[in-house]
Design a protein around this ligand. Structure first.
Ligand code: DMJ
Length: 662
């Protein structure tokens, strides 16, 4: 057996033959001293650095140091948002895997919101419920705004135009600027449009009564909140609005009040906006939704009334949206914090891409904003986006739904006239119309894109139904989303505006696609259309997936009925619109307003308890106009933005172009 030799470390010292522990030595050697000094020095630098660099410690917000740190942060953010910033919390804009079960657009959304048009991932529902509980809790804690009185008898309203001016508000002085409301009797109401047909008049009155029912309940239970939960009778906020009460229903719904002649309700809404709508919101909201709902409505109301309060709010919002365009390519991000100006994309969007329907649905609003203010900056942003898209090579002439704002390259080649693509095409056509047909780039891009869609994406089922499918690379998905049902109206509008040989072709597609969307309603027991409907050997225009059978008060099919009625005068469109009114009354109306339903194939379907703001902006507006005569919002004078807010066409005296350009 060998003896193991125990080796002492070289620095070991002995006093009286006893080893001395390291720390009990009386003095340190030079090397040890340096080591200790180094440790203390590092500690000191860390403490100093923390104190010096953290803005909350040292720099006042807005100071140079604060800004420099913030700038660095912004620059790093630009390099790659997903590198630094956490993915959106589950349920806010869930990190959906487009290849995952059900893809983008499935699961009834239990009253929560979709990113733009994207519906929830079923696996995220639990998280969403938690998030919703948090939003609800926040809502409860928010200052309750004073509710205006509900105008009980709207038929008698015209006699009482005197709404008192608000009293001076000392209590909320610093927070709220009191803007004197426009006197009720000077608002030039663009109303009328009574049809000579007594049945149409009666039907139109019914739609107005529905508006009053939904609106009054919102006023009663959720005034100032984004939306109403009509069954639980409380406020609701979807993630697209961030965690703030922006009165989305008030803003979205008010031009419908206006054309319906609901004068007093309109004034209450106008005064709420003047006194409470503030875009200094420190939470992330969807740029696209802020644009189509808020910007769109403010611009429409400015055009309708000339009330500069609307224009000024639109400018405030526009300026706060601009930082989203500060990307390497100028292609805007999807999400923005209107307070800090920080923006980013959804993590689920093909590796941080921007989304075609979002980035391509700003042109009408931003051009008009430049024209009424004389400030070209807004128009220059959207023109740049469009020319960037135009310069790109496109697969088969089609536009994929995803594009990366840093590289300017397409992401996944998913192509759709439904979710993620839809209103990009609509805005090409409408930008040309809005410009008084001067914007030929828009027209050319529209024609090229639509012809490619006709060549590659439109099919006819064995039963004779024409539909527009989705494409995933070369794979055709034989289904159509409810969102794509706006396409009938778009094809018809394009056909009318182009007036050439091709346009006859487009008009035929318009009629056929609208008929197919009507079939998707007619083949359900509720006579409401599902979120998606499929075409297989055995089934046509019916939804085959449980998570996609819902109807959430969407307007697209009625939008097409309206446009086609105006352009063809075929009475079937009014009949189909009336079927829709009856179905909404039967299945969506509840004592507290209107709600979505989870299954259009069941007469006693569950309800989602959400009264969407677009129900007022679009669904009821299109139905009301369907039963009005052509003089009310003539298609020769107005284009509808993607949320059905009307913008004047150049040449319309209400265009209100600013006299000078900055
Ligand atoms: C609306 O918010 C807008 O029309 C949007 O462009 C797509 N669809 C929803 C309503 O369905």
């Amino acid at each position: 057996m060998t003896n193991k030799t125990f080796m002492l470390p070289s620095y070991q010292r002995f006093i009286n033959g006893v080893p001395v522990p390291f720390f009990s030595r009386r003095s340190f050697r030079l090397r040890e001293k340096y080591l200790i000094l180094l440790v203390f020095l590092t500690f000191g630098i860390v403490c100093f650095g923390t104190f010096f660099f953290l803005p909350d410690f040292r720099s006042a917000k807005g100071s140079a140091a604060y800004n420099s740190v913030y700038n660095v942060y912004q620059k790093i953010q630009k390099v790659g948002p997903d590198l630094l910033l956490p993915a959106p919390p589950h349920g806010v804009m869930g990190p959906l895997d487009p290849h995952g079960p059900g893809g983008y657009f499935h699961a009834f959304n239990v009253g929560l919101e979709r990113p733009g048009d994207v519906v929830q991932d079923i696996h995220l529902l639990e998280d969403k419920q938690k998030l919703q509980a948090k939003i609800d809790q926040d809502n409860e804690q928010q200052k309750t705004l004073e509710k205006p009185e509900i105008v009980e008898d709207w038929r008698a309203r015209v006699t009482s135009s005197a709404i008192p001016l608000p009293q001076e508000d000392h209590q909320h002085e610093e927070a709220i600027v009191i803007v004197p409301p426009a006197p009720a009797d000077v608002l030039p109401m663009l109303v009328g449009g009574e049809d000579k047909d007594p049945i149409a008049r009666q039907r139109r009155d019914k739609v107005k009564e529905m508006m009053k029912h939904g609106w009054d309940n919102y006023v009663r239970y959720a005034w100032g909140k984004n939306e109403l939960r009509p069954i639980s009778k409380r406020g609701h906020s979807a993630s697209i609005f961030g965690a703030s009460n922006m009165g989305a229903t008030i803003v979205d719904g008010m031009d419908t009040l206006y054309i319906m002649g609901l004068h007093d309700e309109y004034k209450q809404a106008r005064d709420w906006i003047a006194q409470n709508l503030d875009f200094d919101i420190n939470s992330e909201i969807s740029l696209f939704e802020a644009n189509i709902r808020f910007m769109g409505s403010l611009l429409t109301n400015y055009a309708l009334t000339g009330d500069v309060m609307f224009r000024d709010k639109a400018v405030q919002l526009g300026e706060r949206m601009l930082p989203a365009f500060q990307t390497e390519t100028g292609i805007p991000h999807s999400l923005i914090n209107l307070h800090t100006g920080m923006s980013r994309n959804y993590g689920w969007a093909s590796g941080g891409c921007s989304i075609l329907s979002e980035l391509g649905t700003m042109h009408l609003e931003f051009s008009y904003l430049s024209d009424i203010t004389g400030n070209p900056v807004f128009k220059s942003k959207v023109e740049h986006v469009r020319s960037t898209l135009r310069s790109l090579e496109k697969p088969k002439g089609l536009y994929p739904n995803f594009i990366h704002p840093r590289t300017g390259k397409w992401g996944l080649h998913h192509i759709s006239l439904g979710a993620l693509g839809d209103s990009f095409y609509e805005y090409l056509l409408k930008a040309w119309i809005q410009s008084g047909k001067d914007d030929t780039e828009a027209r050319e891009m529209y024609e090229e894109a639509i012809n490619a869609i006709i060549d590659h994406m439109i099919f006819k089922s064995p039963g004779g139904l024409t539909y527009v499918s989705d494409l995933k690379y070369d794979k055709v998905e034989h289904k159509m989303g409810h969102l794509a049902c706006f396409a009938g109206g778009m094809f018809a509008l394009g056909a009318k505006a182009m007036e050439n040989d091709e346009s006859k072709n487009h008009m035929a597609y318009a009629a056929e696609l609208t008929r197919t969307c009507h079939e998707s309603y007619d083949r359900s027991v509720t006579k409401l259309g599902p979120e998606t409907f499929h075409f297989t050997d055995k089934t046509e225009a019916k939804c085959l997936k449980n998570g996609e059978k819902y109807y959430i008060l969407r307007p697209e099919t009625f939008e097409s009925y309206f446009i086609l009625w105006r352009l063809t005068k075929d009475p079937k469109y009014r009949e189909w619109g009336w079927e829709a009114v009856e179905a909404l009354e039967k299945h969506c109306r509840v004592p507290g307003g209107f709600t979505g339903i989870s299954n259009v194939y069941s007469v006693d379907s569950a309800k989602d308890d959400v009264q969407q703001s677009y129900f007022f902006a679009e669904t009821l507006k299109y139905l009301y106009l369907l039963f009005s005569d052509d003089s009310l919002i003539s298609l020769d004078d107005w284009v509808f933005n993607s949320e059905a807010h009307m913008l004047p066409i150049k040449g319309n005296p209400l265009y209100r172009q600013a006299p000078t350009t900055l």
